[in-house]
Design a binder for this molecule. Structure first.
Ligand code: A3P
Length: 314
């Protein structure tokens, strides 16, 4: 009876929300000002009510396809470096980072991947205002990775079309997807409010949220691995620095190394997707090779913002 009442309540909620076609195969609803599938809305409702953050929890937050897998690997390797000092038996060699750092909203403590050791590491794509109150109010730390939105778009288009293929749905053309993306309609979108939500909070609480850019990390990974370690209160000692611990973490988490591991070539964690799809090209500016019509629109979009920026500066 209670279950029926709950289902009826959920059906009423979905009927009341704006609905659009998503990048993956399911429809998206505009829920708490972001676009999300019905399955995730149910999970997020439970998460918001039940998740109890601990002060030493670490959350890797991102908009999908911004470099989450990489940052999860880096954070896991930094925090657990004392337990796995020998690089040869490191869990990242046999597990995908999404197994070691599970997504928070989609996981109950009963799930076998729920972390049992502290500090607990979680990932999330949930926008900042919709995180559970205990995450917002506690002292747990959030590291947020963002990426050039055009590279993020191309990455998302490839990735979600793989999910569509698995669900036997027809692929989205790049033009359709780009139109949706520009209107903010994508899982956890709009991307601009996602980034702004975390960025604004990082200004108010710089000790709580560290904002990182995918491109910056690629350019100087050593600097950012150290910065993440300092921010998480796991700084490298002088001895570790001289012993090459930072370099070994960088090598272990590098795209080339991870892409080539058996677990990431043939493993599966989520039903609709093989792990290999988390590792595509990892390029900066790869969108420039996309189809000409989208390339032209992106260029126009960039110029418009550049122009707007100049006017604002005058
Ligand atoms: P591309 O699709 O442009 O290649 P996410 O992890 O948020 O799903 O983002 C996926 C993007 O990060 C993909 O970009 C993927 O190739 C890239 N990526 C995955 N692992 C990486 C790593 N270890 N280093 C750098 N980039 C990585």
């Amino acid at each position: 009876m209670a279950e029926e009442r709950q289902t009826k309540k959920e059906d009423e909620l979905f009927l009341s929300l704006p609905r659009e076609r998503g990048f993956a195969s399911s429809d998206l609803y505009l829920f708490q000002e972001f676009w999300c599938s019905s399955t995730f809305i149910k999970e997020i409702n439970i998460f918001q009510k039940q998740f109890q953050a601990k002060d030493n929890d670490i959350i890797v937050a991102s908009f999908p396809k911004s470099g989450t897998t990489w940052l999860k690997a880096i954070a896991f390797a930094i925090v657990n470096r004392q337990c796995f000092s020998s690089i040869h038996n490191h869990p990242l060699l046999t597990s995908n980072p999404h197994q070691l750092v599970p997504y928070i909203g989609f996981m109950s403590p009963a799930n076998s991947h729920f972390p049992t050791t502290e500090p607990r590491l979680f990932g999330t794509h949930i926008p900042f205002p919709s995180l559970s109150k205990s995450i917002i109010d506690s002292n747990c730390k959030i590291i947020y990775i963002c990426r050039n939105p055009f590279d993020t778009f191309i990455s998302a288009w490839h990735f979600f079309n793989k999910i569509r293929q698995y669900c036997s749905s027809s692929a989205l053309t790049i033009e359709e997807a780009f139109e949706m993306y520009c209107n903010g309609i994508i899982e956890f979108g709009p991307w601009w409010s996602h980034m702004l939500g975390y960025w604004e909070e990082s200004i108010v609480r710089p000790n709580k949220i560290l904002i990182l850019k995918y491109e910056d990390i690629k350019e100087n990974v050593n600097l950012y691995v150290k910065r993440v370690a300092d921010f998480l209160d796991f700084p490298f000692t002088q001895e570790e620095e001289s012993n090459g611990v930072i370099e070994s973490i960088i090598r272990l988490c590098s795209f080339e190394k991870m892409k080539d591991l058996e677990v990431n070539k043939s493993g599966i964690i989520y039903e609709a997707l093989e792990n290999k799809h988390y590792f595509r090209k990892a390029e900066i500016g790869g969108w420039k090779h996309s189809k000409s019509i989208v390339r032209r629109e992106i260029r126009a979009f960039e110029l418009f913002h550049l122009f707007k920026g100049c006017i604002l500066e005058l």
